[in-house]
Design a protein around this ligand. Structure first.
Ligand code: AMP
Ligand code: GLY
Length: 422
């Protein structure tokens, strides 16, 4: 088979690596990819959001499967257009991607189908939102832009001033564009967070091994929210009892609800859960593989990812083996100085071989923001790479990942020293 992976971050590198293990795969392209992915796939310079160019390329190359990994092209309907032009695609349709693309859609779905989540109200008017928040007078209060906002659309306001500022910036200054035309105001929940990615074929849902992201920039879960500074799998808080409960109360009801609403979900559905004192609740859905979670989940997959992806299209997931390895995986993200704020790019990265890997470390370096400049590997993004290791135990995995991370350097590089300690 000839496969195209759309996207160019650590998640896509992990996808390319796992797809390559399949005996079915002959050739992999990745668009746009990055300097590390280039060692594993043919990188093509097409933006993930350039729907027309991407689909034209896919048709011209006659791919047997296109894996659309990022949220924007999924929410734009790339899968619909590919399928309409006869190219098999992994991922939800535009209608099903609304489960991530519109928080209002997601909250209404959960309300209608009694799926546990934070209590909420939706607003289209800033003054009404502020009046409601003032009346609630319950802190902190959570304010979310309806649409996609590069993972920055959630504000946890500690007081009325912060809440008013968040509402104004989203609804009046439109810092996230149309994504902030509507907002959701919701109850603040507490408890450990768990990410569960699940393969879905419209009816069947097969959860992957659980994982934990580390969203804050600095050690001790301090500092601003990021796209994710590291991950571990499985998530130590997620017991088999909880897994059963989530299947019954959250995973199956969600997949059934989507089918009922006329937009069956096929692809990878990401459940962002909080284990609250009142039981597990949905914090968010994503319509795709999470990043960095994918970098720890896929290395633990024993089965053939291509077969599973094909099964999500053909509705045969229930008959397809999805087997996990024993042990654990840990990923440490190496970020640019200043990230998640502004940061420099083009800085030389030391410590990697030509292949983009650390020699004889046993760890895998999934590249995110890297590129080649005059045959030198340089930084090209906020999250530069994720260093992942698998071990018999979480401690083993963490030790190998940190050892490999310690041999990589670039000016201003920062990473968290406490991944897996929560
Ligand atoms: P999201 O982009 O929806 O995942 O939100 C980003 C982060 O904000 C989550 O990972 C949580 O840590 C936090 N968060 C979102 N919603 C809530 C909530 N209702 N209560 C507490 N924390 C939340
Ligand atoms: N790691 C969170 C996400 O992928 O949205």
């Amino acid at each position: 088979m000839k496969i195209l992976v759309v996207g160019g971050g650590g998640r896509e590198h992990a996808l390319v690596r796992k797809l390559k293990e399949s005996p079915k795969v002959q050739e992999i392209h990745c668009a746009p990819g990055n300097a590390g992915i280039a060692a594993d796939a043919l990188c093509v310079d097409i933006k993930a959001t350039d729907l027309d160019a991407m689909v034209d390329y896919a048709v011209q190359q006659a791919f047997d499967l296109v894996v659309v990994a990022p949220d924007d092209p999924l929410c734009m309907g790339m899968v619909d257009v590919l399928e309409a032009r006869g190219i098999p695609a992994f991922g939800p349709t535009r209608a099903a991607a609304a489960i991530e693309g519109s928080k209002v859609f997601a909250k209404e779905l959960m309300e209608k189908y009694h799926i546990p989540t934070a209590a909420h109200r939706t607003f289209e008017d800033a003054a009404q939102a502020v009046a409601y928040i003032r009346e609630q007078n319950s802190w902190p209060c959570v304010i979310k832009a309806d649409g996609l906002a590069l993972g920055k659309g959630v504000v946890i306001a500690q007081n009325l001033a912060e809440a008013e500022e968040a509402v104004r910036r989203m609804m009046e200054d439109k810092i996230f564009g149309e994504s902030g035309s509507r907002i959701v105001v919701e109850e603040f929940l507490t408890g450990p967070e768990v990410s569960v990615l699940a393969f879905c074929d419209g009816t069947t849902v097969v959860p992957m091994v659980s994982s934990m992201d580390h969203k804050r920039a600095y050690d001790g879960n301090e500092g601003p929210n990021t796209g994710g500074m590291g991950a571990i799998a499985p998530n130590p808080h997620y017991t088999s009892e909880l897994a059963e409960r989530c299947m019954e109360e959250i995973f199956l009801p969600t997949v059934q609800a989507m089918a009922q609403e006329g937009c069956p979900f096929r692809g990878c559905l990401y459940f962002g859960l909080m284990l609250t004192p009142a039981g597990p609740k949905v914090i968010e859905y994503n319509c795709r593989f999470g990043d960095p979670e994918t970098q720890v989940v896929l290395p633990l997959l024993e089965s053939d990812l291509v077969e599973i992806m094909l099964a999500t299209r053909s509705g045969t997931l229930a008959q397809t083996p999805v087997v996990w390895k024993q042990g654990a995986a840990a990923c440490v993200v190496l970020a640019s100085g200043g990230y998640p704020g502004s940061y420099p790019v083009g800085l030389t990265i030391e410590g990697l071989e030509d292949s983009g890997q650390v020699a004889q470390s046993g760890a895998v370096v999934y590249h995110a923001g890297t590129r080649k400049a005059d045959s030198q590997l340089v930084t090209a993004g906020g999250r530069v790479m994720g260093v992942t290791a698998v071990g018999d135990s979480l401690d083993d995995a963490l030790q190998s990942a940190y050892k490999a991370a310690g041999s990589i350097s670039f000016p201003g590089m920062h990473y968290r020293g406490d991944i897996g300690r929560y």
